[in-house]
Design a protein around this ligand. Structure first.
Ligand code: ATP
Ligand code: MG
Length: 265
């Protein structure tokens, strides 16, 4: 499974991938950051993306979501080449992400943040002067997103006044408000307690619908438990891609994580 060249099994199984990275490379100036990353995400799967700090994980998300242009290669959503599509256009196509650092409007309430996300998804942008009816609809969607969550009682609280864990829940809800086909999560549990991490992961599991999920996380126990498959980046190269068990047993992965992988929980 490890050692290039190899073919992502999703591509050899005749299942049309929902997302395809075709020989993606990236250089920042003279510095190469990603080399020939070739893989696919299958419909409905949860794919883990792991690798040491600086391996290129976030850069890969930036390329997929259109914040960064690849130096080589292509990104395909279904059969559609995404070249030239900006992040907003990609989000409307269902390619939705969260960020390593939260991007909420800190001074606005939880409900208003979620309503803005719903408005943006509905194509009304941030034009809340577009009509009270549109805003009311969006706020109803916000309340539906919050329903049954402990955070519902804090709907009118400014995001700045939430705990860090609550803010990460808001990040996930903002992503879900955009009806993702593919949900890209960049370290959604970083800095959270075990209990808070479990809340975030449960929310993703319960509300993702049919969406495929790509999960970047440094907690390998979480990745191995949550994911159907795991991709490993090291120094910008995809060095392994397979089931959690196969990746866990891969000597190339152990070599990338000097000191070894943590024991299974
Ligand atoms: N805009 C940029 N300009 C120059 N170099 C960049 C830029 N963005 C990222 N890099 C470099 O690319 C490499 C990969 O960074 P990236 O943030 O993708 O890693 P990562 O795997 O997400 O790391 P971490 O686990 O620490 O979040 C790093 O060496 C980083 O310094
Ligand atoms: Mg990163």
């Amino acid at each position: 499974m490890s050692g290039l060249p190899w073919v992502d099994p999703v591509l050899s199984q005749g299942v049309p991938p929902v997302l395809r990275l075709e020989h993606v490379g990236k250089q920042f100036g003279a510095t190469p950051v990603l080399h020939d990353v070739d893989c696919a995400v299958a419909a409905g799967e949860t794919l883990g993306l792991i690798g040491p700090n600086g391996a290129g994980k976030t850069t890969l998300f930036n390329i997929v979501t259109g914040f960064v242009t690849p130096s080589s290669g292509r990104v395909l959503l279904g059969a559609r080449d995404l070249a030239g599509q900006d992040p907003a256009a990609r989000a409307r196509l269902g390619l939705v992400r969260t960020f390593q650092k939260s991007l909420t409007f800190a001074a606005l309430s939880v409900r208003r943040n979620l309503a803005l996300a719903a408005l943006a998804h509905a194509g009304d942008g941030y034009r809340w002067w577009g009509g009270r009816a549109a805003l009311r609809r969006a706020e109803a969607q916000a309340d539906a997103l919050l329903a049954d969550l402990p955070l519902a009682v804090r709907a009118n609280v400014p995001v700045a006044d939430l705990s860090y864990g609550e803010q990460r829940i808001v990040d996930i809800l903002i992503a879900l408000a955009q009806a993702p086909r593919i949900l890209l999560l960049d370290e959604p549990t970083a800095g959270l307690s075990t209990a808070e991490s479990e809340q975030v992961l449960a929310l993703v599991r319960e509300r993702r619908g049919d969406a495929a999920v790509v999960l970047i996380a440094h907690d390998l126990d979480v990745v191995f438990r949550e994911c159907d498959r795991v991709a490993v980046l090291d120094l910008g190269r995809l060095i392994a891609l397979g089931t959690p068990q196969a990746v866990r047993d891969d000597p190339a992965v152990h070599a990338a994580y000097l000191g070894g992988l943590p024991e299974a929980a």
